[in-house]
Structures are given as C-alpha cells and as structure tokens.
Design a binder for this molecule. Structure first.
Ligand code: GLT
Ligand code: MN
Ligand code: MN
Length: 389
C-alpha cells in the first residue's frame, strides 16, 4: 500500500471500541470472532494507524463491575493509551443493551428507568472526562416506540428535552469542558426512533436550555436508511455551526443498518461528503462507526479499518484533483456565469428593490431553454473517480 495515503494524527481518524471490537454476531448467527479486550483493541488501532478510540461506558467497564474492578480497568486502559499514543476524543453511554432499557432510557414510561438512565449517563460522563474526552454522543437507539399506543409523542419529546437540559446543567455544575452531539436514526432497534433525522435533531436542539452546548453527530448509514441525501444533512449541520462529530460508514439504501466500511457502497456520495468536509475545513473527529464483514478474522478487521481511512484519504486527494481540474472548473464557471445585471434585485430585501423587480421583464422561454451542462459535469466527476483524470 502506498505511503501517500498514510493516516496521521492531523486527520483525527477514530474508531469505537464497539467497531473494531465487533465480534460479528447478528440477529441470525453467533459471534464469529473472539472478543478482544479494550487494551488489545487499543493496540490494534495503533497498529493500523488510527488516532483515537471512542467508547460506551460498558465497552470498557462491565455494567456490574465493582468500584475497585472499575478502577483497575481504567488504569490498564490508560496505560495502553499512554503506550500507544491513542487518545479518547469521544465517549457515550450504552442506554440500549440492557433489558432495563427495552422501553427507552430518557423516554421510558417508567420514571425509575428514566432516573437510572440519568444516573448511568452522569457516571459515564465522569468516565469520559477522566479519559480526556471533549465530546459526548447521545444515540437514543431505544428512544422510540414499537406502537404509537405506547407513548404520547409530544410527552416523549418533553422527557428527552428534560434529560438533556438536566445533563447540560450537570456539565456546567461540574465545570466540565464537554459538548453533546445528538445522533439520529430512523428505526432499528425500535420500529420508530424519535427525532429520526439529523434535520429533526437540529430543530430540536434549538428548543433546549443551552443550545450552544449541543450539536449533531450524523451517520451516513442512518440518513441513507431513511432514503435521504447524507451530504445535504451534513451541509445543514455545518451551516448551523452544529457539526460536532461525524459517524462515517456506508449503507445500501432500503436495507437494515449495515455499518459497512466507509465508501464501500456509494463512492460518489462518499466523494461529495469528503469534499464538503474538506472544502469547509471541518476540524472535528472523523469517526468510523462501522464494522468488518462477518466473514473476517482479526486480519480482516485490520483490513477493514485501514480501508476506511485509506478510502477517506484517496477521496481527499480526488477532491483536490476535482478542485484543480481545469475542464471541471471552467465548466463550473460557465454554469455559474453572472453578468451582474440582477444584483439590483437580489440579496437582502428592500422595498424599492422589490418594487423594481416587479416591473422587470424576464424572457422565461429562453431561460427555460437553457442547458446546464450537468451531464458533462457529472461524467467528468465519474471519470475522475474512476481514475482516468
Ligand atoms: C451503535 C449504533 C451507532 C452509535 C453508537 C453510539 S452505538 O452501534 O449503531 O450508530 O453511533 O451509541
Ligand atoms: Mn453511529
Ligand atoms: Mn449505524
């Protein structure tokens, strides 16, 4: 493999312990790989050239660990971080695996479950801070319904809001330097998950007590499961200053949640995603929330992890190429050519501008006859991606 696409710390490539540590079980079959310890996984990530490792509380510390077990695990894990130079940029809470969360965590109909979810999250936040995390993700996998008979949806939103407001206050009270990133998913494991898209999350954030502390963590697969354009979702988050984190992977439209290697399904949308992030100098983590095929052993898991990062870096190089391709760029200038005659009408509203615009005559027929050249532009893009430009 060429040296050119070697990941470095400046790329901020991270993986969850649950990603490279996924032992390959699925709803129909048992695990196919032996479970590696968190320490072993940190070494695996260092070997493949990753920068960071992310975790749920219970990826590291079993839910029933005693406090002395907890401390020993943390110490060993920190040693592995020191030895390898791997950092923990993001942490999160597992609010979905244990049966206690079968009706949700912050939106469960049982107030004891809601209180336990807050307690578990505060403890997990403390853990994240101890490991150096500055970002905290909320993926509400069980925050939803299997039947709308079970929960009143406005009340569920109120409960979710109340929990996030509570936890923002906790961060302030503890003086932690931590931000929250909300991750949307339309369904799976619940039939319907609340706030199913990144756009829905962005709207919801503005209803919180401290919206400045909260952003989004969009995931390719989750937006694609809903049949949506992921690049547009990320653009909206960037435009709002809310792209706090990103989960990169891939997914065929219309399928179950696949969590495939980044760029392995839809290379064109992966290209435009990398272009969006790079052109806009996104400087947050590039987290790969995916796992290796079930057919793989741990050599295959390393191939998977290296592949995610390498594809990102190859696409980044393609972005430079696209931005500097003279034929593509001159076509774009033609497409966007502007003789300035409309400046007097466009831009910010002014009443005399509007009055003048209402008297302007437009040659609607000829405007409608114009060809935009997008077939050629897209073919040039495809040829660049296919490696002949
Ligand atoms: C889970 C989910 C992911 C979330 C993780 C964070 S866990 O694997 O499928 O999309 O990002 O809780
Ligand atoms: Mn994710
Ligand atoms: Mn996923």
């Amino acid at each position: 493999m060429s040296h050119k696409f070697k990941p470095t710390s400046k790329h901020k490539f991270s993986f969850g312990l649950w990603t490279v540590g996924n032992p390959g079980g699925d709803p129909f079959g048992q695990p196919v790989r032996k479970k590696l310890t968190p320490v072993e996984l940190v070494h695996l990530l260092a070997e493949v050239g990753a920068w960071g490792v992310n975790l749920h509380d219970n990826d590291l510390i079993p839910i029933n660990a005693t406090s002395s077990e907890r401390q020993q695990i943390i110490d060993e894990f920190k040693n592995a971080l020191d030895e390898t130079g791997i950092v923990v940029p993001m942490a999160t809470t597992n609010l979905f695996s244990d049966p206690v969360f079968k009706d949700g965590a912050f939106t469960s109909n049982d107030s004891k479950v809601r209180a336990y979810a807050l307690q578990k999250t505060m403890n997990a936040i403390d853990l994240g801070i101890e490991l150096g995390a500055s970002m905290y993700v909320f993926w509400g996998g069980r925050e939803g319904v299997d039947t709308d008979a079970s929960k009143e949806s406005i009340q569920s939103l109120k409960r979710f809001r109340e929990a996030l407001n509570y936890l923002c206050e906790y961060i302030k009270d503890q003086d932690y330097d931590l931000k929250f990133a909300l991750e949307a998913k339309p369904n799976e494991p619940r039939a319907d998950i609340f706030l199913p898209t990144t756009g829905a999350m962005l709207g919801f954030i503005e209803t919180l007590d401290y919206p400045e502390m909260v952003g989004v963590n969009p995931e390719v697969a989750h937006e694609h499961m809903a049949g949506l354009n992921f690049v547009h979702a990320v653009a909206q988050a960037l435009d709002a200053g809310k792209l706090f984190h990103i989960d990169l992977n891939d997914q065929a439209f219309g399928r179950y949640d696949q969590d495939l290697r980044f760029g392995s399904v839809n290379i064109k949308s992966a290209f435009f995603l990398v272009k969006l992030l790079e052109d806009n100098n996104y400087d947050g983590c590039r987290h790969f929330d995916a796992h290796a095929y079930r057919t793989e052993d741990y050599e295959g898991v390393k191939d998977f992890a290296r592949g995610c990062m390498r594809t990102y870096l190859i696409l980044k190089e393609k972005v430079d190429r696209w931005n500097n391709d003279s034929e593509i760029q001159s076509l774009l200038s033609e497409i966007n050519a502007d003789d300035g005659t409309m400046d007097q009408y466009l831009g910010k509203y002014e009443s005399n501008k509007a009055a003048a615009l209402k008297t302007q005559n437009f040659d609607r027929k000829s405007l409608g006859e114009r060809g935009y050249g997008y077939e050629r532009l897209d073919q040039l893009t495809m040829e660049l991606l296919m490696g002949i430009r």
